[in-house]
Design a protein around this ligand. Structure first.
Ligand SMILES: Cc1cc2nc3c(=O)[nH]c(=O)nc-3n(C[C@H](O)[C@H](O)[C@H](O)COP(=O)(O)O)c2cc1C
Length: 315
């Protein structure tokens, strides 16, 4: 998610779940080809498994960008066919490509020819006045014919005319049943459902119908829910929240030593204790102190001490 799932966020999430696949923010193929690659694509190997999400509609550029992603060590390249922002529409990529399944198929075919990594697609069920019964199947069939086997479907349309990107994440109605039907029709494909899923109980219910669940805002705003993912869905070891937080604090300390700013490192932690005693003090201490130019690891330890004292009292 743009501006959210940067490398620090992914490292925090990886401290909370060893198994869930993590995705980068969308990076355009042009940015990969012409921008500061280390800044745009650099990640910590600890983040694995991690997928790079690309945006674009030019097969040759996407193929070259996918190759660069493979060289950087990503485990998967995902093509964005869901972003509704104006900037993206004027570049003719993102959700507006739901109208052009043949173009998307050319893109993923070129990407697949360039790399041996899985090439996957994240899409909507349609845009504007499209009939989702047709548009979702047309997109998936075209990409599957080009060899794509994994789709993450944000189960609502994007209304490109008139809604902001934020509204486009909430206003068009969700249609999970359509995604379930497509999975039933195409058991050969791996289908992940996305959109409006807030709890692991809801995720478990979706998993009766599809192969996977993609969490966006819930994972960002309430990262603690990721601590139950491994034990619940992957047969993994239970994650002890405070041990995971300490592991992330060590990462923060290492990053600070390399010149990173505390402010950007603690951003994904702000929602960590939401709903728990001391959460407000934790957030306030970080917000008030982490932006100082000389802010160091002590600020984080002080904030953690505040919330842990409250946790102990509440226990
Ligand atoms: C701040 C923000 C940035 C987002 N950026 C991206 C993006 O770069 N690529 C993408 O495929 N989806 C992006 N999304 C959409 C989410 O991945 C997801 O599809 C959407 O929020 C619905 O799922 P949710 O209800 O679990 O959040 C973004 C969402 C938010 C809130």
């Amino acid at each position: 998610m743009m501006d959210w799932t940067d490398s620090p966020c992914r490292v925090l999430h990886r401290c909370l779940t060893k198994h869930a696949l993590l995705y980068t923010e969308m990076v355009t193929a042009d940015a990969v080809l012409h921008g500061d690659r280390v800044r745009l694509l650099g990640f910590d190997p600890f983040e694995h498994p991690v997928a790079l999400q690309l945006g674009g509609s030019d097969p040759a550029k996407l193929a070259a960008a996918a190759k660069i992603a493979a060289d950087f060590g990503y485990g998967e390249v995902n093509l964005n066919v869901g972003c509704p922002s104006d900037r993206v529409q004027s570049g003719r990529f993102g959700a507006c490509l739901m109208r052009e399944p043949a173009v998307v198929a050319d893109c993923v075919a070129a990407m697949r020819a360039a790399v041996s990594l899985p090439v996957t697609v994240k899409c909507r069920i349609g845009v504007d006045d499209q009939d989702p019964e047709h548009s979702l199947r047309a997109l998936i069939d075209a990409c599957a014919a080009a060899g794509v086997g994994i789709f993450a479907v944000h189960a609502r349309k994007a209304w490109l005319d008139g809604l902001s990107p934020k509204e486009n994440r909430d206003v068009p109605p969700l249609d999970y049943e359509l995604v379930y039907r497509v999975k039933r029709e195409r058991p050969d494909l791996t289908i992940l459902v996305n959109g409006g899923i807030e709890t692991l109980d809801q995720a478990q219910e979706h998993l009766r119908h599809v192969d996977g669940v993609m969490l966006g805002r819930a994972a960002y705003h309430n990262p603690v829910l990721l601590a139950d993912v491994d034990a619940r869905f992957f047969g993994g070891a239970p994650v002890i929240l405070e041990a995971a937080v300490d592991a992330y604090a060590e990462h923060v300390e290492r990053q600070l030593a390399q010149g990173a700013r505390l402010h950007s490192l603690i951003k994904p932690m702000l929602g960590l204790y939401n709903g728990r005693p001391g959460a407000r003090l934790f957030r306030r201490h970080l917000s008030e102190n982490a932006a100082r130019h000389d802010a160091g690891i002590a600020v984080l330890h002080e904030a953690l001490a505040l919330v842990r004292v409250h946790g102990t009292r509440a226990a």
